[in-house]
Ligand binder design. Structure first.
Ligand code: ADP
Ligand code: MG
Length: 378
């Protein structure tokens, strides 16, 4: 959408011009699933798909939000009434961000915001993080605040943990806030050290397909909290701060020490997944991009069998892709639906995409390359 179109949409809703517009991307996680809340490693990259926000300040203590992607018109909230656990509907996300900014001491009195997104909503590609990050970036920049990007991501995570009430890790928000075009982002969540890793698929003659199954199984949110607490209980049973502290060579000893089968499965996934992130990092650094394929597939098997968060649709995409000649494939994101990624030779990508669509006619699929992190548009 052009500047004019977004400005006109804002004017239609609020009867005045916006003061600026910002964009924040959705993300694909290349490797490192559920490792973020275990203090481990992740490697997401930003999608070219973004959520845009046209914004103007208000000084009357009101937050008004409107989304081209949601029915129901403008949602108006009194900033003084914002309180964790009280809101419902999509406006909870921007309300949570504003509440968290104010809690952190940033005196932002209110705003009018109009959103418009190309990120598939509910597809496991973090439209929710794009919405949070674009809100946080727009509100801080409009009020003359220059927060470091990682701090912005932590603030958005806190808004989701405390206000929305979902115990998510920091990967999605960090990806949306910090990724750079042409790179995957290697993040060590414990120390929050970041490294931008060149990830140029076209130069290697490769394509990465994103396949959104368009299914989201109902128990996903409750299951996430149980997985997180299961991982924390496993670390506690081992006398460690987090499962990140189980080094790969100590995995067998840790498995023997754990009292329950479920703890052993969760631990095996996290420890092997952290190792897979480091293997993918080493392969990309060495320019051996093709060879990450089997590592991605191993990640899927681990999520399916050990973490047990895949679903028939995701397994069918992965199995069909591999049978059709993909170099590697795996589910990506939190699980129980959402999207899979498929690494494939460029000259086979179109045919493979059609093969997958024949197996699962409802899928939405697109080839992607790493896009830019959140930024001001004008
Ligand atoms: P995902 O992050 O994988 O897309 P989630 O269920 O975590 O899926 O987040 C989707 C929710 O985020 C939506 O139900 C809505 O509440 C909110 N959301 C995302 N994008 C938008 C948008 N463009 N406009 C309004 N709300 C949005
Ligand atoms: Mg989300």
């Amino acid at each position: 959408m052009t500047q004019a179109a977004l400005d006109i949409a804002f004017k239609d809703v609020y009867g005045r011009a916006p003061e600026g517009a910002w964009a924040a991307p959705g993300r694909v996680n290349l490797i490192g699933e559920h490792t973020d809340y275990n203090d481990g490693f992740v490697m997401p990259f930003a999608l070219p798909h973004t959520t845009r926000a046209a914004v103007a300040r208000r000084d009357d203590g009101r937050l008004r939000v409107h989304s081209a992607d949601m029915d129901g018109g403008v949602v108006e909230l009194r900033v003084a009434d914002l309180e964790p656990g009280t809101a419902s509907g999509w406006a909870t996300y921007p309300a949570a961000v504003l509440w968290t900014l104010r809690e952190a001491g940033h005196d932002i009195p209110g705003a009018d915001i109009h959103y418009d997104s190309t990120v598939p909503v509910g597809g496991g590609l973090s439209s929710s993080a794009a919405l949070q990050v674009v809100t946080a970036l727009a509100l801080t920049e409009l009020h003359g605040l220059d927060l470091p990007r990682q701090d912005l991501a932590l603030l958005c995570q806190r808004s989701e943990n405390v206000y929305v009430g979902a115990p998510v890790g920091v990967m999605d928000q960090t990806a949306s806030a910090c990724c750079t075009s042409g790179h995957a982002l290697h993040l060590d969540v414990r120390g929050l050290q970041q490294r931008q890793v060149p990830f140029d698929l076209a130069a290697e003659g490769l394509q990465l397909l994103v396949v959104d199954t368009r299914v989201k199984h109902a128990h996903a949110d409750g299951a996430y909290a149980q997985l997180r607490s299961g991982c924390e209980a496993s670390a506690a049973a081992l006398g460690l701060p987090a499962l990140r502290d189980v080094a790969y060579p100590q995995l067998d000893a840790a498995l023997v020490a754990l009292p329950e089968e479920r703890m052993r499965r969760l631990t095996r996934h996290i420890v092997t997944e952290n190792r897979r992130v480091e293997r993918v990092l080493a392969l990309l650094d060495a320019g051996r991009t093709r060879e990450i394929g089997p590592v991605l597939t191993e990640g899927h098997v681990s999520l399916r069998d050990d973490f047990q968060i895949s679903c028939p649709e995701l397994d069918l995409v992965v199995d069909t892709a591999l049978a059709g000649g993909a170099l590697g494939a795996r589910m990506t994101g939190g699980g129980f639906g959402g999207s899979a990624i498929v690494l494939v030779e460029e000259d086979r990508a179109a045919e493979l995409g059609e093969t997958i669509a024949r197996a699962l006619p409802q899928v939405r699929r697109f080839a992607t390359t790493p896009g830019a992190g959140a930024h001001r548009l004008w």
